[in-house]
Design a protein around this ligand. Structure first.
Ligand code: NAD
Length: 486
């Protein structure tokens, strides 16, 4: 069985007190790895390593040297592509094509894009008039923020962790990563890459463990962590924000969603079905940007429900590497129970179950995995729990609408504000709607089409701040103004 340690000061180390926890396969329920569980003293060690590295060789790197090193990190990830694919598949149980085409390539890209950004994005400069006529020159200089605590989730582990580590290192910071307890493998594997390309020791550190009273809390509470970047559930964000208040440390939060998909009768029907099917069922619905509320214009409502049902019923369950498998399990038994409890609640609230609603039949070898059927409901009121709360499963409620104004109101009737996807051929209408729907990301005739230079984040309870392109530089650096009297 795989032994996975913490990664501190360039070394793979067990916890000081020898504590470990098991990593269980979502596909078979077998224990597949033993993970070192960092205690408070291990986390302290990692933070001190990161703090010391800020003063060491890393601080002497020019921007160009950092840029080149991050390119080497990306290239080494690509060289070890199969190792990353294998580790991420073992952790998440999701099909190999998702790893190969999305999660792992995006991990490598996350280092290159921010290397390019730090190199090419200028800072501001202003000439100031002065009474003597000589003037003054103001210019901005970016400096690293310091030690960045990175707390990441399990749903797209490598992609979401590197989305933070890439810009943090590009800006000259050092990091301590606390990956999700469900998916520690790729964060630790990245330690091998860092050593291989010669990233100075202590610049990248990983501590494994859980949230409250464990590595997550120890890290976010640590006074030498200068800023915290977090992706995960909104209520975890609340706990982290409280920890960050001590010492008034900066936070960047990417959190939950209850995203609306809006389909007009004039859409390209096949593309809309394909898009909503992906946004509801990809990664077994465990995508923060995914669609759990679908609003369909009345003339095509019945046709749409029937076509999405067909898609939901066409998934192939199986091991990630099996031929033709396009659908994986949920991450854990705990999460499976949570999603099933919402399936039950929908029925109690009077939903029509169009398809799914339970656990599918799977081969004997997979029976201990966390399988769940893609599920579609209709007929619920707008205040039903499954219409209001984030489920984070492969399910959606579909409701008809009649007017543009009505559907804007429905889309905005949520505590969240992460993403939306609108399907229509009427582009003036799409622009009007994009201006009125209160979200951080609005896709038109597409979903999850990502340009890494753009702002990424959510409004309301979906997040604080924006990451992506230059916006990441805003969080991962301090911008110092220098004013020179001429
Ligand atoms: P989670 O909040 O349960 O856990 C995320 C991380 O926080 C884990 O590493 C966990 O150990 C840690 N953690 C938990 N409690 C903590 C505490 N008190 N202090 C410090 N760390 C703590 O989230 P999850 O279940 O891993 O991920 C699913 C959630 O993430 C969903 O809500 C989803 O919408 C959200 N998400 C958002 C985005 C986005 O970009 N907005 C992307 C992916 C996932």
């Amino acid at each position: 069985m795989r032994q996975v340690e913490n990664f501190i000061r360039g070394e793979f180390v067990a916890a000081r007190d020898g504590k470990r926890f098991d990593k269980v396969s979502p596909v078979t329920g077998e224990v597949i790895a033993s993970i070192a569980e960092a205690g408070r003293s291990d986390v302290n060690e990692a933070v001190l390593a990161a703090k010391a590295a800020l003063q060491g060789e890393w601080s002497t790197f020019t921007t160009n040297q950092r840029v080149e090193m991050l390119y080497e990190v990306a290239d080494e990830i690509t060289r070890r592509f199969e190792d990353f694919v294998e580790a991420e598949m073992a952790d998440t149980g999701q099909p190999s094509h998702v790893m190969r085409h999305v999660f792992i390539p995006r991990g490598a890209a996350n280092f290159k894009i921010f290397a390019d950004t730090i190199k090419n994005v200028p800072t501001e400069s202003f000439m100031l008039d002065t009474p003597d006529g000589a003037g003054a020159l103001n210019y901005g200089v970016r400096t690293p923020k310091g030690v960045i605590g990175v707390i990441s989730p399990w749903n797209a582990p490598f992609m979401l962790m590197t989305w933070k580590v890439g810009p943090a290192l590009a800006c000259g910071n050092t990091v301590v990563v606390k990956p999700s307890e469900e998916t520690p493998l790729t964060s630790v594997l990245l330690g091998e890459v860092m050593n291989k390309v010669g990233v100075p020791k202590g610049v990248y550190n990983v501590v494994n463990g859980f949230g409250p009273d464990s590595a997550g809390a120890f890290l976010t509470e640590h006074k030498d962590v200068d800023a915290i970047t977090f992706t995960g559930e909104t209520r975890t964000g609340t706990a982290i924000m409280k920890a960050a208040a001590e010492g008034t440390r900066d936070v960047s939060f990417e959190m939950g969603g209850k995203n609306a998909g809006i389909v007009f009768a004039d859409c390209d029907f096949d593309k809309a079905i394909e898009g909503i099917s992906r946004s509801s069922f990809l990664n077994s619905g465990q995508v923060c940007l995914g669609t759990e509320r679908v609003y369909v214009e009345r003339p095509i409502f019945d046709k749409f429900v029937a076509a999405l049902k067909e898609k939901a019923e066409a998934v192939n369950y199986g091991k990630p590497t099996d031929e033709g498998v396009n659908y994986g399990p949920l991450i854990s038994k705990e999460h499976q129970n949570k999603v099933l409890s919402y399936y039950q609640k929908a029925v109690e609230d009077g939903a029509t179950v169009v398809t799914g609603g339970g656990v599918p039949e799977v081969p004997e070898a997979l029976k201990d995995g966390n399988w769940i059927q893609p599920t579609i409901w209709t007929g619920l009121s707008d205040d039903a729990a499954v219409v209001r709360e984030e489920i984070f499963g492969p399910c959606c409620h579909i409701r008809p609408f009649d007017t543009e104004e009505e559907v804007i109101g429905l889309a905005n009737n949520t505590d969240y504000g992460l993403a939306t996807t609108i399907w229509t051929k009427d582009l003036p209408r799409a622009h009007r709607m994009a201006a009125k729907i209160d979200v951080g990301i609005c896709w038109v005739n597409s979903w999850f089409l990502r340009d890494l230079r753009t702002a990424f984040g959510g409004t309301k309870q979906s997040g604080i701040g924006r990451e992506g392109g230059v916006h990441s530089l805003e969080f991962y650096t301090e911008l110092r103004n220098v004013c020179v009297k001429l």
